[in-house]
Design a protein around this ligand. Sequence first.
Ligand SMILES: [Zn+2]
Ligand SMILES: [Zn+2]
Length: 132
Amino acid sequence: MSKTGSCLCGAITYAVSGPLRHVVYCHCEQCRKTSGNFVAAISARRTSVQISGKPQWYKSSKAARRGFCPTCGGNLFWDGQGENISIMAGTLNSSADLLAIGHIFVADKAGYVQICDELPQAEQNEPMITKW
Ligand SMILES: [Zn+2]
Ligand SMILES: [Zn+2]
């Protein structure tokens, strides 16, 4: 699968040349605070992601940093420094072939969010949902 995406202003673009994991919704506090709601993220092998432009990286926890556009503020990447990097699915240029596969950190979700789908849910992180 080959995919491209960008932030709103186009200063940051990316291309993914390898396989992708389908979309996971994350309701954790950090995702809420950085996106304004929950996020929808795909995941790709780090080695298959080519980033153009200079994202600003914010170290959001001991384990991870988040990449956003310093011009338009677009929320693009979650990088846990492992083999994979998460990409906010809404920044993809096309996503018609992707599916949502589950919800994680539901314990942190905003009070107004009603999950109305049949997808699996986990209170915290859940490798059964986030695995490839
Ligand atoms: Zn931008
Ligand atoms: Zn999260």
